[in-house]
Design a protein around this ligand. Sequence first.
Ligand code: ADQ
Length: 464
Amino acid sequence: MSRLIVISNRVKRPGTGAEQGGLAVALSSALRESRGIWVGWSGETTERFTGQIAFNEDSGVKTATIDLEEQDVDEYYNGYANKTLWPLFHFRIDLAEYARDFEGGYNRVNERFADTASPLIEPEDVVWVHDYHMIPLGQMLRDRGHKNRIGFFLHIPWPPTRLLVSLPHHSVLVETLFAYDVVGFHTEEWLESFRHYAEREMGGTVSGDFITVGNRTIQAVACPIGIDTQEFVAASNSEEAAIMREQVDVSMQGRSLIVGVDRLDYSKGLEERFNGYARLLKDNPECHRNVVLLQIAPPSRGEVESYQEIRATLDSLAGRLNGEYSDVDWTPIRYVNQGYPRDRLAGVYRAARIGLVTPLRDGMNLVAKEYVAAQDPEDPGVLVLSRFAGAALQLKDALLINPYSPEEMADAILKALAMPLEERKRRWRKMMDSVEQQDVIWWRTCFTGRLTGEVLNPAEAETA
Ligand code: ADQ
């Protein structure tokens, strides 16, 4: 087994227990087994960049991190990554900011990561770079003479060509992807958009999984990420989950719970979700007092203005809606801005009759899969899912909706509330089959199999 080097913006410190996400779990086990290294930003800032690498080892996973300067964080992380690429790649060119400083900072920080990783890479290592923060990193490693197999995985959508061309120097950025051996996306849709760009804007040719531009041929694949399903099922059966469920149930007094769990991000369609719920209450007085929407949304990227704005908008929408419909003993929206440990979150998912997942665009969306995994097989809830989430391509037995339509959302909620047990069970079983079969380890194998040449077809990874 080749040693794996993972490079990502933030290194999730291993061994942090319950707070660890599925991604950290999947990568940590591969890193541990191959005695690899996880390289990235420590999350800390320093007055003057020194390039000093901090090495740690926790639960068998080695990490190598660097601190960045404030200016790096402003230009690279808050700037190019989260004010330019994130909105553009989520189809929001109205929110995308194009500034030379951002682009300069993005390249500078990527060079810093390349300098950090380069001396750690040995000839037989396999290198896996993650996400939109690090698109040019592979090219920078090639520039430093590395001939290793290097792969890149994009966790967010790939936008249609006609949107992407609004990015200044888009072709310079996309060309750097051709320095990798394998480039991965969550869905065929994002992969298709990438191929389209390569063909139309770069004169590339496509042959099966392979795309050739000039003298470079890369393999471009769709490998949908999953969750650590077994772990999540265990979490939902844990004592902590039972306590949380009980706490929620008591407070509901027989009402039906609808739950939403998202980072506070405009791409998650929270404003549209509140509007859809408002439409439900407006058109269906019989729902008053009988339903509660619990929206859990921990703030993220608070230094970016568009995130401050969406937060203010949601505060005001929730306040207005509660003001209009609440009664002395019923509040229609419980809007919570904090995070919960996974066990407790699993308990909330299980207590909910409906999981409402309505992003306007999402690379995959793991909350949808977590909601499914946390259900009681004998009395499962219903997933209402945006057709614009990557997860909709796998979870076809959810109630799929257009999140821009408040009427469609309200209709789906009504349908979910009235859905007979047999239908709920049937839909849930099919979704659970997918969540079980294509879990996070399957995803990792799907991608690394391509990267090491061990798996030729993602479908084969299923049995790996
Ligand atoms: P995100 O945009 O962060 O990920 P998502 O896939 O839904 O979106 O993952 C969010 C994670 O955070 C979930 O595991 C969820 O449980 C957790 N979380 C959210 N709110 C929480 C809360 N209040 N308390 C505790 N945990 C909470 C990006 C892409 C996605 C893609 C993933 C993985 O935008 O499309 O699915 O990466 O590739």
